[in-house]
Design a protein around this ligand. Structure first.
Ligand code: FMN
Length: 212
């Protein structure tokens, strides 16, 4: 049996990232019964980012692992010794949210994983593709760079644009026309994004199973 971790890096359960992640997971499940999937809601855990303690770099300690003990320790160890990682993160201010960044710091800093760990990175964002390409996709590419370096893997990246902020627009401080336009685009586009995540889940499972 192989083990993969699926992280929802949004604080909102059941929203864009969570839904897209579930489509990916469905693709994995329907492709192979040989893959155990641990889905983790990052915002249910209590942890911080790298403390720069350098314990992971000491000659006398176990290499390749963050040794700091808090609510993310087991998850980080599990990912590093596991067979695959997928995460769905909302874009916050052109980058991933702080909870995801904290996990990445602690995954990357101890150095090389001792085996290739396939990764799929899913990013959901409210802005359209044109803005993402022009303004901030380079930040997300930097994350892929570190996965190549530390996980020896070329991550597949999926981008979900024009997501919905909320329902019940009458409760919020935005013009109704803005919401209606977003809703129209979202309803046309989101099902295709869900299908793309499902297909990515199938590819991911095939990659993992081919190594059994
Ligand atoms: C604090 C904050 C910052 C955000 N910054 C951006 C941004 O820079 N670019 C963007 O396209 N969307 C931004 N968004 C919108 C979210 O990325 C988008 O709604 C995302 O799909 C939310 O995912 P969720 O529904 O799973 O929580 C931001 C949202 C919040 C709450």
């Amino acid at each position: 049996m192989k083990k993969i971790y699926a992280l929802n890096a949004s604080p909102r359960k059941g929203w864009n990232c969570d839904q897209i992640l579930d489509c990916f997971i469905q693709g994995v499940k329907e492709t192979s019964g040989e893959i155990e999937i641990e889905k983790v809601q990052l915002y249910d855990l209590d942890y911080k980012g790298c403390r720069s303690c350098f314990a992971c770099q000491l000659k006398k300690t176990e290499q390749g692992h963050c040794l700091f003990r808090d609510g993310a320790t087991d998850l980080i160890r599990g990912i590093k010794s596991g067979d695959g990682l997928v995460f769905a993160a909302p874009v916050y201010y052109f980058d991933v949210p702080s909870q995801m960044r904290a996990i990445l710091e602690r995954l990357f800093y101890p150095g090389d994983a001792d085996h290739e760990i396939p990764v799929t990175a899913i990013y959901t964002m409210n802005q359209p593709e044109e803005v993402a390409n022009r303004v901030f996709k380079k930040h997300l590419d930097d994350i892929a760079f570190f996965f190549r370096q530390e996980f020896k893997t070329d991550p597949e990246q999926l981008y979900v644009y024009n997501t919905l902020h909320w329902r019940h627009p009458e409760r919020y401080n935005f013009p109704m026309e803005w919401y209606e336009e977003k809703l129209k685009v979202h309803e046309a586009q989101f099902p295709a994004d869900q299908n793309a995540a499902y297909q990515a889940g199938i590819r991911f499972a095939q990659k993992i199973v081919s190594r059994l």
